[in-house]
Write a protein that binds this ligand. Structure first.
Ligand SMILES: [Zn+2]
Length: 498
C-alpha cells in the first residue's frame, strides 16, 4: 500500500489590495484541520484530495489527510498567519511520514508579508521533510506565478487549463494518475518551462485562447507530453515571477519537453493582443446601452473580489444613474456596515443609507441613497464549479429603479443567485452590473447577448499598464517594447536523468 499525504493551502494575493488576508478569511471560505475535510464535495483547491479519495481503493492507496484551507483573494497574508498555517500543514506531514506521495491543492500566487512565493517556500520545506524519493505533486490555478523554486522542489505541477476554472476536478484526476505512475516508476517526469515575458488575460472558452487549450489537450492525448499547463500571469501580483509561462511534463524526454513548452509559449505570445477582452469606459458602455433594446451586462473586472478587490466601488453605478440608464441591478457589493444597518431596520424599511466607497482610494466615493430593504438572506451562498461559495449575510435594496445586492463576505458574481436570493429579478433589468471579471460568464450568458468588459479603475489590475510595479522582472509585454518571448532566456528544465 502506498502512503499518500493530502493537504491544501491556497489564496490568490493581490499585492495592491488594501485588506490583508487574516486567519478569519481562511475560516470564512474553508479551514479543515487534519482529517476534517467533509465528504459532501470538493472545493476549488481540494479537488486533488477528492480525486485521491475516489481512486484510493483502485490504486491501493492509504490516505492521510492534513490541513486543507483557502481564503478568497485579497492583500498579502499576514506573516504570522501564513507561518502558522504552513507549520500546521508541515506538522501534519511530519506525523504522517514516511509517505510515498504528497498531493497538494495550491494556488500559486500566494504572497505573505516577507514571502513573495509562499508555494515555493512550502514545497521546499515539504521536500526537505520527505526526502528525494517522495513524489510531490500539486494542482495550481493558472493565475499563478510559477517559480523555479516551485518546480525544483516538486515532481509534478499541473494547472487548471480553463478560465473560467471549470476543470479543477478533471485536472486533479489527471494529476493523481500521474502521481500514481511516477510513484510506481512507470514514468520519470521531466518538466520544461518556457517564459513568454508577457502578461495578459487569457479567456479560454473563446478563440484564440481556446485553440491553445485545445493544442495542449491534443498534446496530452497524443502522448507528445504527459501534461501541459499555462500560467496566465496574475497582473495584480507585484512579484518577480509575474509573467505568462508554459510548462510541460514528459516521460524522461527533455528535448521534447523543451520543444513543446516553447511551442505553447509561442502560441501565447502570438495571441497576446487578442486573448482577453476589449474593455470599455463608462461613457462607451452608456452609448452602447442606448443603441440596443435588450439587456446588457457590464463586468467590472477591476473591482472583482475574485482578483482581490474590495468590490465596493459605486462609481460605475453612479455614472449609469446620472445618465438615466435603468432599471439597473448591481452586485455583489461588499459593505458589511451597510448590511448591518439594513438587517437592523428589516424588510420593508425605508431610510437613507451610505453604500460602498469605503475600503481605499480606488473604491471611489460612496453612494448615498434612500433605499427600501426588499429581502434579507442570512448565510447566503452561490454554487459554482461544483463548489458552494459563501456570501455571508446579504440584503437586497431598492432605490427608484436601482436594485443593489449587498453582502458581508467579499465574493464575486458567479451566478444570478446573487440577485434572485435577495428578491431582485435579473430579467426585469435593463443593465446588470457584475462585480466579476469572467467567472460569471457561463451562468449569465442566457440573460444577455451583450456582455461588456469594463475598463473602470480598481484594485484588481486587469491591464498591467494600470499598475506601478516595483518587483516584477522586466522587460515584460505590454510594459516594455523590448519584451519578446523568442528572446527570453529564462526557460528551464527539471528532472532529466540525462
Ligand atoms: Zn484563477
Amino acid at each position: 500500500m502506498k502512503r499518500v499525504f493530502l493537504a491544501a493551502l491556497a489564496t490568490e494575493t493581490n499585492t495592491f489590495a488594501p485588506i490583508p488576508t487574516e486567519r478569519r478569511h481562511f475560516e470564512e471560505w474553508f479551514l479543515y484541520r487534519a482529517g476534517e475535510h467533509p465528504h459532501d464535495g470538493p472545493t476549488l483547491f481540494t479537488a486533488p484530495l477528492w480525486s485521491a479519495r475516489k481512486h484510493a481503493a483502485e490504486f491501493g492507496w492509504t490516505l492521510i489527510e492534513g490541513l486543507c484551507t483557502a481564503a478568497f483573494p485579497s492583500g498579502r497574508t499576514v506573516r504570522s498567519v501564513y507561518e502558522a498555517l504552513r507549520d500546521e500543514l508541515l506538522d501534519d506531514l511530519r506525523a504522517a511520514l514516511p509517505v510515498d506521495i504528497v498531493l497538494l491543492g495550491l494556488h500559486g500566487a500566494m504572497a505573505a508579508d516577507g514571502y513573495d512565493d509562499c508555494e515555493g517556500d512550502l514545497l521546499r520545506r515539504i521536500r526537505s521533510l520527505c526526502g528525494p524519493s517522495t513524489i510531490i505533486a500539486a494542482e495550481l490555478d493558472p493565475h499563478c506565478h510559477l517559480t523555479e523554486e516551485m518546480v525544483e522542489a516538486s515532481d509534478l505541477l499541473a494547472a487548471f487549463q480553463e478560465y473560467p476554472h471549470t476543470d479543477a476536478m478533471e485536472r486533479a484526476d489527471h494529476l493523481v494518475r500521474l502521481a500514481r505512475d511516477a510513484s510506481e516508476k512507470k514514468i520519470t517526469p521531466v518538466t520544461a518551462v518556457a517564459d513568454a515575458r508577457m502578461s495578459a488575460q487569457v479567456f479560454t472558452k473563446q478563440a484564440p485562447a481556446l485553440n491553445l487549450v485545445n493544442a495542449m489537450k491534443a498534446a496530452e492525448r497524443s502522448g507528445e507530453v504527459l501534461s501541459a499547463s499555462l500560467g496566465h500571469s496574475f497582473a495584480a501580483g507585484d512579484v518577480a515571477d509575474m509573467t505568462v509561462r508554459a510548462w510541460v511534463i514528459t516521460d524522461n524526454a527533455p528535448e521534447q519537453a523543451i520543444r513543446s513548452a516553447c511551442r505553447f509559449r509561442d502560441m501565447a505570445w502570438a495571441m497576446k493582443e487578442t486573448c482577453g477582452a476589449r474593455r470599455m469606459t463608462g461613457p462607451e458602455a452608456i452609448e452602447f446601452v442606448s443603441k440596443v433594446s435588450d439587456r446588457v451586462i457590464l463586468a467590472e473586472g477591476a473591482d472583482n473580489s475574485g482578483g482581490g478587490a474590495p468590490s465596493d466601488s459605486m462609481e460605475l453605478i453612479r455614472t449609469l444613474m446620472g445618465a438615466g440608464v435603468g432599471p439597473i441591478a448591481a452586485g455583489p457589493i461588499w459593505d458589511p456596515l451597510a448590511v448591518e444597518i439594513a438587517l437592523a431596520r428589516g424588510v420593508g424599511a425605508r431610510f437613507e443609507l451610505r453604500i460602498g466607497g469605503k475600503a481605499c482610494a480606488l473604491s471611489g466615493r460612496p453612494l448615498d441613497l434612500n433605499v427600501e430593504v426588499i429581502k434579507i438572506r442570512r448565510g447566503a451562498t452561490q454554487c459554482f464549479g461544483g463548489s458552494i461559495w459563501p456570501m455571508g449575510d446579504m440584503v437586497g435594496l431598492k432605490s427608484g429603479n436601482v436594485f443593489l445586492a449587498l453582502s458581508t463576505v467579499r465574493n464575486q458574481a458567479f451566478t444570478p443567485e446573487i440577485f434572485t436570493g435577495v428578491g431582485i429579478d435579473p430579467e426585469a433589468q435593463r443593465v446588470l452590473v457584475l462585480k466579476s471579471n469572467h467567472h460569471f460568464r457561463d451562468a449569465f450568458t442566457s440573460l444577455s447577448n451583450h456582455i461588456l468588459y469594463m475598463s473602470t479603475p480598481g484594485v484588481a489590475i486587469c491591464d498591467p499598464r494600470a499598475a506601478h510595479y516595483l518587483s516584477v522582472r522586466r522587460p515584460l509585454w505590454p510594459l516594455d517594447s523590448e519584451a519578446s518571448a523568442q528572446a527570453a532566456q529564462t526557460s528551464w528544465l527539471k528532472g532529466s536523468s540525462q
